[in-house]
Write a protein that binds this ligand. Structure first.
Ligand SMILES: [Zn+2]
Ligand SMILES: [Zn+2]
Ligand SMILES: [Zn+2]
Length: 364
């Protein structure tokens, strides 16, 4: 259980790191070459970190407890954001940095704000455009050469181009906002605890929350503890009764009853212990027993001992099969109900959002 939490912590740490790097990159004003070097270095780091995640997952045997594909997918989607940013920024960031000393004496003015750029003052220009225009500041440069974001209508030098519709341009801030909304939409549909219906964290493991898992563990431990103390009580009662050499028929009956009860408790304890094993273990046990039984059955002359072994094994197999059936029957009907509940909850949230939007529009 701690391995699972630790893995999630490592994963979140990596995601946060990539987010921080991304924020630094889009605000960075260093040269394009420098940015591209940084991106390459970051991507190497991330792949190392992803390997670490994967080996932690394997070493701690978290298969079936953590959806590792989903976790790695989440990391990759963030990596993509960074590598994609580099492609788009090439066009625009390249020449922004070229500050030049102005040694000429002629009168020059800013192409954007039309104010005079004093002789010997620094100005910005676009070396790849070769249009001869000069800009007084980085702000004017961005205003002049930047593209309009289709969402917030601000000018931006770094942007994302829509894959389906290249005319649509999004600034990094709006792109990030869209991604966040997309993640939330996905999260709402998938993750609710099947026991308490609490919303599970994004990219969570299993379909039961940590609280419920802990509660279940504690509950089972309490039950075992109770059985153990009942057993101790019975054992001392039985010892007392057996010391008594001349027992009344009622005492004898009492003794038999207590012995039977002790045996029942032992069975119950065994059942609780095996419940801890998961169903794959059950399947292996069944397969193993079946092959052992077949081997015994093939033997032509069985000794009485082998005959007894065969009977025992058949009995055990019947028990295991019954247990497997019980487990499957108790598990399968639950899932559709949870699906319906999540879909209904999602639907209601959507309706409320829609109603709010319509209401606000009407007000205007
Ligand atoms: Zn200007
Ligand atoms: Zn925008
Ligand atoms: Zn729960």
């Amino acid at each position: 259980m701690n391995g699972r939490i630790e893995l999630l912590r490592l994963h979140n740490e990596l995601c946060d790191k990539i987010d921080r790097d991304y924020q630094k990159l889009i605000k960075s004003t260093t040269s394009l070459q420098e940015i591209s070097n940084q991106i390459t270095k970051h991507l190497t780091d991330y792949s190392q970190e992803k390997d670490n995640l994967l080996s932690f997952y394997q070493v701690n045997r978290l298969a079936g407890k953590v959806n590792i594909e989903k976790l790695l997918e989440e990391v990759s989607s963030r990596e993509q954001k960074i590598s994609f940013l580099s492609k788009q920024s090439k066009k625009t960031k390249t020449d922004k940095q070229s500050k030049r000393k102005n040694n000429q004496e002629e009168y020059i003015y800013c192409q954007e704000c039309h104010r005079e750029i004093k002789p010997k003052a620094e100005y910005w220009y676009n070396s790849s455009k070769n249009d001869g225009y000069k800009l007084c500041s980085e702000k004017c440069y961005e205003e002049y050469y930047g593209e309009y974001c289709n969402q917030c209508a601000n000018k931006t030098l770094t942007f994302y181009r829509d894959e389906q519709n290249p005319n649509i341009i999004t600034c990094p801030a709006c792109y990030e906002k869209n991604q966040q909304e997309e993640r939330e939409r996905k999260g709402r549909l998938t993750t609710y605890c099947q026991k308490c219906s609490a919303k599970l964290p994004e990219n969570y493991v299993l379909d039961t929350c940590d609280n419920c898992l802990d509660k279940e563990d504690a509950e089972r431990e309490r039950e075992r503890e109770q059985i153990r103390s009942q057993q101790q009580q019975l054992q001392s009662d039985i010892a007392n009764l057996e010391q008594n050499s001349s027992k009344t028929p009622q005492q004898q009956a009492d003794l038999d009853q207590k012995k039977q009860k002790l045996k029942d408790l032992e069975d119950k304890l065994n059942e609780l212990e095996t419940e801890k094993d998961n169903s794959t273990d059950l399947d292996t046990q069944i397969a193993k027993l079946q092959s052992e039984i077949r081997a015994l059955e093939k033997k032509p002359n069985r000794t009485t001992e082998e005959e007894k072994l065969l009977t025992d094994k058949r009995k055990k197999l019947a028990e295991l099969l019954a247990k497997k059936n019980k487990k499957e029957n108790s598990q399968s009907p639950k899932k559709p109900i949870i699906l319906y509940v999540s879909l209904t909850v999602g639907g209601i949230i959507l309706l409320v959002i829609l109603a709010t939007i319509i209401f606000r529009r009407k007000k205007k």
